[in-house]
Write a protein that binds this ligand. Structure first.
Ligand SMILES: Cc1ncc(COP(=O)(O)O)c(C=O)c1O
Length: 359
């Protein structure tokens, strides 16, 4: 068996320890005589897996008691549509901050349900910075303010939480959840697809403050209704049980790594070394304002785009996979989520230096 260093943006690499544990438990989960895949979601074995998974997430993120933690389907994309449907509560406008492709997608969807008030946008700078909070305009009549804490494609990440007063703050945390501490009490609602820092695709985590649970008033399908799913412990229908189990293993792994504070330090070291190598080189460059460069997704371009193909081919030959940038922006992108070991980033840096020397 040989495993590559996988820089995919998502679905992305999982900790090897997690995959090994899943392999060991595949046929017979802890003496049950069954694979987790084969268990009834209402049986006591799976209920214990689900409860541990939820408790570990609450513990790792220090989620306060007045929040519900939901595990839904439909990806973060379903939340783009559901958030306006569930939170407008009779209001006609919601505020959005546009910092890249994923905010743009959320804005496009929200526009079907309400007037989108653009509180700030970095579009004119080709999404290479985050507008200063002091320059944001927030209408007090907005039902909520939505932002994307890490733009997976443009490699732009917030290092502070926006202040929105009484307007509930809603965050798409898909690509940096669990990578750094976050004061959950500052948010009305957080959502995140699992397939970057939490596990395989197919699970969307939604953390929602109790006072926002009932605003949909039954107007959305029950499986997407925050209140109904909260009351049913996210089991209104059959959940993707094996994905929940894997998510639980990733959370247990994160605890063995020292939790979020420790993983953040590792993430700072990994990203710091990679950006330093890019900035010191004459071949590679990253266009993002250093104050808001993502620790999770590091896009970079080669001075001569004609070398892109050779770079990618040789990277693959050296066991470095999925470095191609998103089709909308081109170039390269190294996604270095929690599961990427420091050795993987060092291997990439060594390869980049050797490629620059020989080209
Ligand atoms: C920040 C962000 N939001 C939303 C999405 C869409 O997620 P999904 O494919 O789970 O709907 C992605 C996917 O990469 C993302 O990175």
């Amino acid at each position: 068996m040989s495993r590559i260093h996988n820089f995919s943006a998502g679905p992305s690499m999982l900790p090897e320890e997690v995959l090994q544990q899943a392999r060991e438990e595949m046929l017979d989960w802890r003496g049950s005589g069954m694979s987790v895949m084969e268990m009834s979601h209402r049986g006591k074995q799976f209920m214990s897996i689900a409860a541990a998974m939820k408790n570990d997430l609450i513990e790792l993120l220090a989620i306060p008691d007045n929040y519900q933690v939901l595990f839904l389907q439909g990806g973060a994309s379903a939340q783009f549509s559901l958030i306006p449907q569930c939170l407008l509560n009779g209001r006609t406008q919601a505020a959005y901050v546009n910092t890249g492709s994923w905010s743009t997608a959320a804005i496009r969807e929200a526009g079907k349900y309400c007037r989108v008030q653009l509180a700030a946008s970095a579009e004119s700078n080709r999404f290479t910075h985050i507008p200063a909070f002091a320059d944001w305009t927030l209408d007090a009549d907005a039902a909520y303010l939505h932002y994307t804490s890490n733009e997976t494609i443009h490699g732009v990440e917030f290092s502070a939480i926006p202040e929105t007063g009484d307007v509930p703050l809603v965050c798409d945390m898909s690509s940096n959840i669990l990578s750094r501490p976050a004061d959950i009490s500052r948010y009305g609602l957080i959502y995140a697809g699992a397939q970057k820092n939490m596990g395989p695709s197919g699970v969307t985590v939604v953390i929602v403050r109790n006072d926002l649970l009932d605003l949909a008033g039954g107007s959305v399908p029950p499986v997407f209704d925050y209140r109904q799913q909260a009351d049913a412990d996210s089991m209104l229908n059959t959940p993707p049980t094996y994905n929940w189990y894997l998510l639980g293993l990733v959370l247990q792994w994160l605890k063995t790594q020292g939790g979020i504070a420790a993983i953040e330090q590792r993430n700072i070291r990994k990203a710091g070394r990679l950006y330093q190598a890019i900035d010191a080189s004459a071949l590679y460059s990253n266009p993002v304002d250093p104050a808001c460069r993502s620790r999770m997704n590091v896009p970079f371009v080669l001075a001569d785009a004609a070398l892109d193909k050779t770079f990618l081919t040789q990277a693959e030959q050296n066991g470095l996979g999925s470095l191609q940038g998103h089709r909308s922006v081109g170039g390269m992108r190294a996604s270095i989520y929690n599961a990427m070991p420091e050795a993987g980033v060092d291997a990439l840096i060594d390869f980049m230096a050797e490629f620059e020397r020989t080209h």
